[in-house]
Design a protein around this ligand. Sequence first.
Ligand code: HEM
Length: 494
Amino acid sequence: VWIRSRQHHKPPGPKGWPIIGNLFDVPKGKAYLVYDEMAKKYGSDLLYLNMAGTPMLILNSAEAVDDLFVAKAIIYSDRPHLPMVGDLLGWNFSLALHPYGERWRTSRALLTQQLSPSNMEAYQIPCLEDYVHLFLNKLLDMPEDFENHLYLLSGGTALSSIYGIYPHSRSNLYLQHAEKAAAGLQQGTLPGSFLINTFPLLKYVPEWFPGGGFQTKAKSERVHVRGMVNDTFEFAKKSMENGTARSSMASRALQELYNDGTWSEEKETLLRNVLGTIYCELFTRTAATINTIILALVLNPRILNKGQAAVDAVIGKDRLPNFHDEGTIPYIDALVMEGLRWRPIIPLGMPHYTARADVYREHHIPAQTIVMGNTWAILHNPATYGKDVDQFRPERFLNEDGTLNSKVPYPSAAFGYGRRICPGKAAAQHQVWIAVASLLACFDVTKVVDPVEADPSTEYFDGGILTPLPYRCNIKPRSKAAEALVRSSDLPGK
Ligand code: HEM
């Protein structure tokens, strides 16, 4: 390895300082744009930085991502150790953070089984449809609180399908746990927010020691991570014991373990952690994507009108869209794809990590390099998606006759890469599709007039998940008939 590392240069990147390397080159905001620009400056789609001794490689093209994350998955599928998030905040339960190995494989297999098409049909879809109805009802009652309702939609779908818990407001204790835990996770992964991520030994600094304030913060936030993973699962278990359980992924999986006599504490812990992973991912990610699409609709009345016409043409005006309609309205498919492409919620993907040293295009890539796919750069490549990549334009995915254009690729980079690609892609797609189609069927979303028409803010929270910062818009039912349809729909928990 030493000889090879002498023969091959590292990929291009800014020259660093002794010891701290490129720590000062790490951007505080919009890192995906800065890295893309930096890579262009060095005339390469590969960008190499040294983070105080930890090598970091950013892949700014689909080609590099395929060559490494897919073709060399055995080397590029590990995850870096994140001491603040994993050890101190308690996120080690999540398979998204597991190192590539047996524990990850077993957890991922169980997760895939839990998200199987039959489980989705039995649990997620009915819950999802009812929570979409609740979302629409809440929009009638308090349209200005649409962001709250979005989190209730994704969180309620998750809690009800996984644990049989049916919240009717975002202030529900179990939703609050997940929301606060997710906020801690976002904060804990912000570049430069915690020195301990760069210098892991700091985790041994006691709470009372100067600079040990992060320990106090971690202690209070661990409570929410436990609440999200353990309390929810305990709820499902207790309701099984006292006979009040509603059928859910947790109750069914536990019952299977009891029935076939294979229950063990280890298996129960694995199940609890996997369901906790699904809960937190389902809750935090889809709401951000739907929020982006609503923002794009407010900014583009032409797209709103086309979307409404497309839904009306297939669904008519006397019923709400449902799961079986998915795939029958190409314009909605295109809207969802454009939402995923235009503002990918994880614009630099989740970090991968090299299990051993490698050579790529004559460059030496050291072992234990953090490797990020620049999803933003890939999904904003004009060669793939057209010159106007910064515009929100669903039509880029469509042929002249309105059918899907198979020559323009699905923005799958939004869901990550290789063996670590998001296993919740189908679940996420269903949720975003039904929410957007139902919204268009029943509501107009327009700019606020106060006293003149004002554009909404298009600023984003640039933490772990790219989410629109709160913005104002008008959400009104399209007609009395649409309002009546919403009011008569089935609500969750009936
Ligand atoms: C629009 C919604 C979503 C987007 C854009 C998204 C995106 C991503 C991305 C970019 C990754 C990192 C992949 C990589 O490391 O290369 C990921 C991982 C993951 N996602 Fe999603 N996700 C979404 C929804 C969901 C949902 C609904 C679930 C669960 C039901 C889920 C479960 C997971 C899990 C468990 C991982 C970790 C996989 C692993 O490390 O093996 N995601 N997701």
